[in-house]
Structure formats: C-alpha cells, structure tokens
Ligand binder design. Structure first.
Ligand code: DMJ
Length: 456
C-alpha cells in the first residue's frame, strides 16, 4: 500500500479515537442504550402482565408456572392491576392501562367482610389508587381511595393512637395490638395525600398522632425497636435496625417532610438519621453496611444486612448524603453480585447467606437509580443495566416472571409479588425513560414507588 494512503488512514483513526475520548461516542452509546433498554424493560413488564391476564385475571396475583392465580384474602382486591397502574402510566402503555382501568372500575369493591393488613393495603392499594388519580385524572380512583381510607380509619382507635395492624373492611373491627414501627408510621404519605386531595385534614392528623406517640417511645439511642404493643406502648422486642418492620417508618419521616413541609417530621427525621448513622452503620472489612443494635445500649446484636435494607441508600440520596449512599451502594452491588441476584439476607462480616431467596425486591435497584439521578455518574447507569439484565435472565419462565427460591442455585419459586410491577420494573425503567416520561424532582415516591406530586 502506498505510504500516503497509510498515513491518511492512520490520521483518520487518530481523529476517530480523539473524538471517542472527547466523549461524543459514549453519549451516543448511552442514548442508544437508553432507547434499547427502555424497550427491554417494557417487554419484561408486558410479559409479566400478559401472564397475569392469562392465568389470574381478576385475582390478586399470578402463579405463572402452575398457570393459575391466587388471592391474598377470601376475595380478590385486584392487587396486581392496582399496583401496576402507575408504572403503566409512566411507561405509556395505553392499551394495558385501559384494560386495567376497566377491571378496576368494574370489579374493585372494598365492602368485604374480612380482615386485611393495613400496612400492605395502604402502601399498595391506597397508594396505588391515589397515585393513579394524580397521574390519570380519573376521579373514580380518588373515590375508591377515599372509600378504602375511611374503611381502614378504625385502626387508629387504640389507647395510644398508634394503629392496630389489622382491620375488617366491612365492620371496621380493628385487631393486632403487637405491631412495629413500619406498620405504625407507613401511612403518613398515603393518608396525608388523602387529606390533601379531599380537603379533610383528619386522615393526616390521625396518622401523625400515631407517629408522634411512637417517636416519644424511642430508645436511649434515639432508635426504634422491632415490636411494640400499641395498647400499652410497651416494647416487646428492643432490637433496632433499618430492615423490614422498621425501614419505612424512617423513610416516611423524610418523605413526609418533603411532601407536606411539616417541620415536626423534619426534626424527627434528622434525629433518627443521626442515630442510625451513629449506632447502626458499620464500616466492616467487607464494606459499609447497617447492622442491628440494642435500642437502648446501642450494642451491636447482629451483623446482618438484606435486600430490604437497601432502601436506605435512596433515602440518604434524598437527604443529600451522596457520600454514604455511594458507599452503601458499593456494598449493595457486591451483595447482588455474590450469586447474580441478591440474597434476602447475608451476614456481612463473612458474606455468607442467611436467607437465600430473591423475591423480586426493588430496593437495590432503587438506591442505584437515585444515585444515577443525583450524580449522573455513568457507573450507576451501567449498574442499572446489569441489575435489570439479571432479573430478565434469572426470573424468566416460558409463562412470565417469577421469584427465586435460592439465588445459589437459581431455583425458581412460583410467585410474583405485585411490587414487581409497581417498583422493580418501575425503577429499572426509570434509568432509561425519556425525560418527558418522568421527573423524580417533581414527585415523592411512596414506599411502593407510587409517585405523589409535590405541588398542591
Ligand atoms: C414493598 O412492598 C415496599 O417497598 C415495602 O416498603 C417493603 N417491601 C416491599 C418490597 O421489597
């Protein structure tokens, strides 16, 4: 080959690599990735939705492998369609929205003579309906939410004002005096929105009274214990942690402040956060974690961390503490990558699995997404792709998506929690969604990832 041609070819190569290094091509690659992954996430969501339609239409949830569905209680409360609706709005799934809407308005009826767990019904159903109303504008969502909210109100009729765990939707009979901070405090956002949207302050006031009563009973460390009697205010279990049973109590103090601007919530959040960081955080040799401690002495009781605890990174981000959030996310991704999907619980001192399932929980993806949103550091975008891909790969069956019994063998479990639609797929999608589809700064997401608009 002629020398001039070779030199020309080399110059072209140099110019191309220079522009690559200047960052143009990576931007293009990210845009292409975003478009392609948005389609892939929607495809997973749609396959799971199709599975619900085929095997469980009108029921609470599907069992895709057995090709059937099941209800949580004696009759269906349409858990999956209600929980899925806000994600359908964000994904722009017009046909699926329409079919879910028809089902909800034809069949959803809360006049049911059975007891429900107010926590789950609040975050999935009440939160889902209120968010659907805000996203869609159809007043029938608000009417259903108001009916449900009224039916659950008797839970607050305890001597302390802290809510009971269970309530009969028809008779209003409340029961379940042994509760925990998460189930006591995680109604604040939903009932606060109900107050805002109906103009009736009573919903928020009742919830806040319960939260303030519980906060007054915090331990000497400033932390909450695991179980309390809502009739006497006596702690039954004094172990403090940020895991299931306590987690969203703290989450709602911060989010309640952001949504409603109530300074009491801000104060309670700030003191709780400082105690959490002082007594529960653990700079171990394996990474940065949050463990368990006695609520009075602050003495470490357990060195366990699990899928549920991962939510705290997102809360740290919302609070502006990106440094701790980034350290925690590093540990979270390490836990996820031990086997390719995160185990439910590990002992973080030796990274051994304590509980091996992966029930399609969203919290690891949630924290990574918040970090991506607030830092725009491409490592979080890449992590988002990776987290999604592992679900796409391991949770897929011929008939839809399911949970994993043991992440070490990837043996499947024939269930699919409705938060797969509400949260897991939503957080995956948000990494790749077009800007006009969603703006995190304009909303506060309830603990089930249903967006509530910040402005009145
Ligand atoms: C969801 O129902 C909510 O995120 C709740 O706060 C915790 N558990 C599940 C998801 O893991």
């Amino acid at each position: 080959m002629n020398k001039n041609i070779i030199s020309f070819f080399l110059i072209v190569c140099l110019v191309m690599s220079a522009s690559l290094l200047a960052g143009q091509a990576p931007d293009d690659k990210m845009a292409a990735d975003k478009a392609a992954y948005a389609v892939r996430v929607r495809t997973v969501f749609l396959k799971a939705w199709q599975s619900y339609k085929t095997y469980a239409w009108g029921m609470d949830a599907a069992n895709p492998i057995a090709k059937k569905g099941h209800n949580w209680y004696a009759q269906s409360l349409l858990m999956t369609p209600v929980d899925a609706y806000s994600t359908m709005c964000i994904m722009g799934l017009a046909k699926e929205k329409e079919e879910a809407k028809q089902l909800i308005f034809e069949k959803l009826d809360f006049n049911k003579d059975f007891e429900v767990q107010q926590f789950e019904i609040t975050i999935r159903m009440l939160g889902g309906l209120l968010s659907s109303y805000q996203l869609d504008g159809d007043k029938r969502f608000l009417d259903l939410a108001t009916d449900l909210g009224n039916r659950m109100l008797p839970v607050f009729n305890s001597p302390t004002g802290m809510p009971y765990r269970m309530v009969n939707l028809k008779t209003g009979k409340a029961s379940g005096k042994l509760s925990n901070p998460a189930e006591i405090g995680t109604m604040l956002l939903e009932y606060g929105m109900l107050s805002r949207l109906t103009g009736n302050p009573a919903y928020y006031q009742k919830c806040k009274k319960g939260v303030v009563a519980l906060y007054a009973l915090r331990g000497k460390t400033g932390l909450m214990g695991s179980q309390i009697d809502v009739e006497t205010g006596e702690w039954v279990d004094r172990q403090a942690h940020i895991s299931g049973g306590i987690d969203s109590f703290y989450e709602y103090l911060l989010k309640g402040w952001l949504l409603f601007g109530d300074p009491d919530l801000k104060r309670m959040w700030e003191t709780s956060r400082d105690s959490i960081n002082k007594f529960l955080s653990d700079d171990a040799s394996t990474g940065f974690w949050y463990g368990w401690a006695d609520m009075n002495s602050g003495k470490r009781t357990l060195t366990e961390f699990g899928a549920l605890d991962c939510f705290f990174g997102a809360v740290l981000c919302l609070d502006g503490d990106l440094v701790r959030a980034a350290k925690l996310d590093k540990s979270i991704l390490k836990m996820w990558n031990l086997y390719g999907l995160e185990p439910e619980v590990i002992n973080y001192t030796n990274m051994k699995v304590v509980s091996p399932s992966y029930i399609v929980r969203p919290e690891a993806i949630e924290t990574t997404y918040y970090l991506w949103h607030y830092t725009k550091d491409p490592q979080y975008f890449e992590a988002g792709k990776h987290l999604f891909e592992s679900i796409e790969k391991y949770c897929q069956t011929d008939n839809g998506y399911v949970e994993i019994k043991d992440v070490r063998s990837m043996e499947k479990k024939d269930e699919l929690e409705s938060f797969f639609f509400a949260e897991t797929m939503k957080y995956c999608y948000l990494f790749f969604a077009p800007d006009e589809a969603f703006n995190l700064d304009k909303v506060v997401l309830n603990t089930e990832a249903h967006p509530f608009f910040r402005e009145k």
